[in-house]
Ligand binder design. Sequence first.
Ligand code: COA
Length: 348
Amino acid sequence: MTATICGTGSYIPSYTMDNNDIARLVETSDEWIRERTGVARRHIIQDETTVSMAAEAARRALNDAGVSPEEVDLIIVSTISSNVILPCAACEVQKELGAVHATCFDLSAACTGFVLAYNTALAYLTSGVYRTALLIGSESLSNLTNWKDRGTCILFGDGAGAAVLRSDDVAGTEMFPIYDPGKYFLPVTHSEGAKGGALTCKSRHDFNGLTGEKHQACQDHQADAESMLDESHYMQMDGQAVFKFAVKKVPEVIGEVLKLNQVAPEEIDYYIMHQANKRIVEAVAKRLDEPMEKFPMNLQEYGNTSSASIPILLDELNREGKLKPGQKLVLAGFGAGLTWGASIIEWH
Ligand code: COA
């Protein structure tokens, strides 16, 4: 049994901030940002939330797939920036869609999140547990961005992407089949928590009513939680460390996944990489000795949207008619954790 992506969707907020808007907030310039990152503008939420964007991207993906909400067995929302802690964003999406039969949970693995959501759903589908999965990456990173820090605020943006993954046994005869190698591609993923300090963001929900100094201060001064946020509650990053990590580990993990599945680089039509920085994408292409045409990019328009970047790019390629049945794609994610991984998919 295998599983294929049979529909994609995305939602992008309409409000944009270009590099000149950023240059009014911090000391930087359009030229510097374009040259060092490739980003020209980013889309930022106004009335939208992580959940509302996720639900709209999901609606569009289901529509593209021709799958009704009632047919969905599994919803995974990958996010680090949900507007809800409880219930999980995936349950909120279920409610919005009326996907009453779905099992729902969130996944938190930052920019590798969508690749891990795909792998998780693939494991469920190929083992016969579920048949139809809705995978969503949705991020409101503008809420986690320190708009006074020019090392990070130039990079990130908001948006959501979604994909419908379906097992080829929709008729429903084969439950819990024996693992059948060769029917689908095995992923390769890694994590290195010891290096997690390179990209951090402290939870805003650690004010302890009994012991927390901040909580006490909050009571004493009747301040709201927002006024007690410090820099550690926004994304903090050692940009050079993350850059070095990405340009070394991403080509390595792509090489690993190709070797494991005995697929030659020439057989890959597109490398759908997490959209963090144009220079990272170019460095990965160079190390793999693969042409840039195989590395589509949209980070110039959206910036880094963390776990939403891969499904947004996939949806754009799909809607532009660039993906053809039988094509092989590599999805490659990397980011905070540190985490990184790659999966091969064959387009339906
Ligand atoms: N505008 C203008 N100058 C800036 C700047 C900005 N926004 N940010 C930093 N600088 C300055 C620095 O202060 C430094 O000045 P100095 O030489 O006088 O000290 C100079 O530019 C170079 O800084 P550096 O940090 O070496 O720049 P860089 O080439 O590494 O680019 C990043 C910075 C953040 C763009 C880059 O490191 C990067 O993209 N890293 C990966 C980040 C990433 O992808 N994170 C998410 C992963 S999921």
